[in-house]
Ligand binder design. Sequence first.
Ligand SMILES: N[C@@H](CCC(=O)N[C@@H](CS)C(=O)NCC(=O)O)C(=O)O
Length: 209
Amino acid sequence: MTIKLHVFPLSPRGFKVLFAAEQLGIDYEFVFLDFAKQAQRAPGFTALNPNQRMPAMEDGDYVLWESNAIVQYLAALKPESGLLPADLKARMTAIKWQFWESAHWDPAAAPFMFENVVKAMFGIGAPDPAELKRGTDLMARLGPVLDGQLQKTRFVAGDRLTVGDISLGSTLLAAEQAKMPLQEYRGILRWIAELRATPGWQKAAAKGK
Ligand SMILES: N[C@@H](CCC(=O)N[C@@H](CS)C(=O)NCC(=O)O)C(=O)O
């Protein structure tokens, strides 16, 4: 049975699972979840994810939501990829960055995406300076942490691409349009350029066009 991924592909959290699936070469069905039609609130989708948020995954009768859990699930289907390393310490280092993304980095990146990209996309008002200031303050604290790692290693968990890079990199899908203050972070800029050049990123980005 083909895995179904329910995604609004212009959202970093949706893009994340497409990037993982494409990078892994997983055969999947892309189900476009149309935010413009509030498809996340439809009864059929609510039955899959009671949070009424995407992404969600179906693998036969098995349903999974939370983007980072989906990324791990997909990576576990292809252990030979190394995206979810077999070695316990290497695996936990990659997963640590996914937790950090979910708990810290995503809340810092989200205000820029919402205020500068989503509001324009759906015509729902002007950017709120207080929200952008909140994002700027959060990112000033977190940017050096991510950049510090990427000044030392090619990818977040070392010299190989892992689920940590998939999760963190996807938050920067539209970093320029979102006006995220990343210009000083040479490590982050070098790394995101490399991620954007991967076949998985390119194919996932094509889904948003
Ligand atoms: N922690 C969740 C967050 C999912 C989430 O917030 N998705 C947003 C889009 S980026 C959504 O579906 N929003 C729809 C809504 O709030 O109505 C994950 O990573 O999967």
